[in-house]
Design a protein around this ligand. Structure first.
Ligand code: ADP
Ligand code: MG
Length: 351
């Protein structure tokens, strides 16, 4: 990455006994950016945050925060001297302290009446509720108190570990918008850990995908979604189907017909195209060779799972007005409006 990174780590590895929790992870976050760390449970997300916070020491590799080497050969800066703030899965508020007292706890010598405490409560929209105890606040409000407490000492780096996993689905959407605004308003560089791809794409300026302790890809959300470099990333982000295709002189040939997309391979080579539900269309057709295998009503859309003559199943997105019975014959065609990503012998097409 270019520019002026606030965080950069190089070749970080960490094992717990025989478990390789992180292996050779290098990444950077620009000053003021939000970097989402995305991956399935157990892939090493929390381990990465604990290393950055200084709560664990890496076996190998180095960490720079700003211009400071905080971990590396001969260096280990303790957590309290890293200027790193943390927000956890469980809010970890002190249950016997008010919201304001919880925020003040992060500041040396501050009391709940201090200007800075009041300013932080204002920032997270809780000025009127500073006197309340944690159990007198909703889950979303508690998470905002935790955020105010972490931001109060003006950390250089804010680490958030699945902060919304205790909230219900509707609340998560509201709170993630609020939290992104608050982080933006303070200009703090943040790493946001989640296993939820939608959350990562929403909140991250860039997203780093971890799998089994390794970094698979770090890119802007749209790049990651449309140009995944590995099958893992392709499958982890969105409802992804694969469609085999053969390279021809004019483009590609698939079970769904030809596709005028050029690839840099000799005719006859086999590739696997990545097709998402919105890349496909369907129409009821007595002569159609595909069949509706299942129909899922999603409110705004209908999602059809169709079975092609080969037996391959693909998901097709349709408007909620296009109602077709399960079992009906349909014609299915590719309608992506952009070049499809794909893989050739495990390598992503086009770089
Ligand atoms: P995530 O946060 O992505 O779910 P973690 O970083 O918590 O993943 O864990 C990565 C791997 O390291 C997992 O296999 C986990 O069981 C293991 N692990 C994490 N912490 C410890 C520990 N203190 N002792 C032993 N194994 C651990
Ligand atoms: Mg975790």
């Amino acid at each position: 990455m270019s520019g002026d990174p606030m965080l950069s780590c190089r070749d970080l590895s960490k094992s717990y006994g025989p478990v390789r929790a992180l292996e050779g992870v290098s990444l950077a976050a620009e000053r003021g950016a939000i970097l989402a760390i995305l991956g399935p449970s157990g892939c090493g997300k929390t381990t990465l945050l604990r290393l950055l916070a200084g709560l664990e020491t890496p076996d190998e590799g180095s960490i720079h925060i700003g211009d400071r080497l905080v971990d590396g050969p001969g260096a280990h800066v303790p957590p309290e001297r890293r200027r790193v703030g943390m927000v956890f899965q469980h809010y970890a508020l002190f249950p016997h302290l008010s919201a304001a007292e919880n925020v003040a706890f992060g500041l040396p010598r501050a009391t709940e009446g201090d200007r800075r405490v009041q300013a932080m409560l204002g920032l997270v929209g809780l000025s009127a509720l500073g006197h309340r105890l944690p159990h007198e606040l909703s889950g979303g409000q508690q998470q905002r108190v935790a955020l105010a407490r972490a931001l109060a000492p003006q950390p250089e780096l804010l680490l958030l570990d699945e902060p919304f996993s205790n909230l219900d689905a509707r609340m998560r959407v509201t709170v993630r918008e609020e939290v992104r605004e608050i982080i933006r308003a303070t200009g703090t560089t943040a790493l946001f850990v989640t296993h939820d791809q939608e959350e990562a794409l929403f909140i991250g300026d860039e997203v780093a995908v971890l799998n089994g302790g390794r970094l698979e890809q770090l890119d802007a959300p749209a790049t990651l979604f449309h140009r995944p470099r590995t099958r893992f990333v392709a499958e982890f982000l969105g409802q992804t189907g694969f469609l085999p295709a053969r390279v021809t002189e004019g483009g590609l040939n698939t079970e769904l017909g030809p596709l005028a997309q050029r690839v840099d391979l000799p005719p006859g080579e086999e590739v696997d195209l990545l097709v998402r539900p919105d890349d496909l269309s369907l129409a009821e057709d007595a002569l159609g060779s595909a069949r509706v295998y299942r129909r899922v009503f999603q409110g705004m859309h209908l999602l059809y799972r169709v079975r092609l003559p080969s037996g391959r199943k693909l998901d097709v997105l349709a408007p909620h007005t296009q109602f077709i019975a399960e079992g009906a014959p349909v014609r299915v065609w590719l309608n992506p409006g952009h070049a499809l990503a794909g893989f050739w012998r495990g390598e992503a097409l086009g770089g």
